[in-house]
Design a protein around this ligand. Structure first.
Ligand code: SF4
Ligand code: ZN
Length: 311
């Protein structure tokens, strides 16, 4: 009798007999859903510990866009929360006002905080800046991500401070960090390349932390699928103007053909940081002469941007 087509054998988890859902190139391990989830959680906990991201008594505001990375971040931090002394979590969502995109992600964020029982604060560009991002960008669509980034940074700080947060956690993953390294190289922005590590920033700014900075996008997708939290969400309509989109596609294809590319980029950044140690004098923190926010020049980025809008 014809045995029929031969089915390819599903790889088994290297740690138990269950079918594998993830192959980790860095360790050579195949992992099932349970072991992949536990491994991701352990590595996030180790990153937080090694980079001293969270201290007893911290109130951590998680920037929750409702997209994949921030969803995984809030789920992982909620799971780790019982092991931290006196630490509390609060989620903050910024509604930039992007038609056909933001409504879905905001709804996804609301469903998540309800299911996890996490306190949630939202703030809209329209309330904070008087207009939605769509309105502000009319005729300036190519600058979308720069404008959005500056306004969102301010909105996140306002929302985090209103929520009484002592740290602001964002969902940047390994792929995002590697993209940022390459983008800073392509822009010739060495000072920014050697700044901006995952450790909490200090000084007069609300310290920002990136607990997922060592977790690859592929692993975050696995986490969401295994934990039934995967949702297909639309892409921001302005993303097509972004340099990041091209860098992301370039790096993904390099990573596929030359495994370890992203990790090597992060290692290069560390080496450059070491070689450059002491070469860049940190500019003293000053106060913006228009709004009083901490900044490095005469005017903060937000007030410079407002001027270009004639405000
Ligand atoms: Fe903002 Fe650009 Fe991200 Fe859209 S793609 S949400 S415009 S930063
Ligand atoms: Zn200012």
């Amino acid at each position: 009798m014809d045995p029929g087509p031969v089915r390819p054998e599903v790889p088994r988890c290297s740690l138990c007999p269950a079918p594998a859902v993830l192959f980790q190139r860095q360790t050579g391990l195949y992992l099932c859903g349970i072991h992949a989830t536990a491994d991701i959680c352990d590595r996030v906990a180790a990153t937080i510990r090694e980079e001293s991201m969270i201290a007893p008594g911290d109130r951590v505001a998680v920037a929750l866009s409702g997209g994949k990375d921030s969803t995984a971040l809030l789920m992982i931090l909620s799971r780790l929360l019982p092991s931290w002394e006196g630490v509390s979590l609060v989620a903050i969502t910024i509604d930039e006002g992007i038609a056909g995109y933001r409504d879905d992600t905001v709804r996804s964020a609301e469903r998540l905080v309800q299911s996890l029982g996490v306190e949630h604060h939202s703030i809209a560009f329209a309330d904070l800046f008087g207009d939605t991002l769509d309105e502000l960008l009319k005729g300036r669509e190519k600058e979308a991500c720069t404008v959005c980034g500056i306004l969102r940074k301010k909105a996140l700080i306002v929302a985090a401070e209103e929520a009484g947060a002592t740290k602001l956690a964002t969902g940047h993953n390994l792929d995002d960090e590697a993209q940022s390294v390459l983008m800073n190289v392509l822009r010739g922005d060495l000072p920014r390349l050697v700044r901006n590590t995952g450790a909490p920033s200090s000084g007069q700014f609300l310290p920002r932390i990136k607990p997922l900075m060592r977790i690859a996008e592929k692993e975050i997708a696995t986490w969401l699928l295994v934990n039934n939290a995967w949702t297909d969400l639309p892409e921001c309509p302005y993303a097509r103007h972004a340099l990041r989109r091209e860098v992301r596609s370039l790096l993904s294809s390099l990573e596929y053909r030359h495994p370890g590319t992203m990790q090597h980029l992060m290692e290069s950044k560390k080496k450059i940081e070491t070689y450059c140690a002491g070469s860049f004098v940190e500019e003293p923190i000053r106060r913006c002469r228009a709004c009083g926010d901490p900044c490095s020049g005469e005017l903060c980025q937000l007030c410079q941007l407002k001027k270009t809008f004639g405000r």
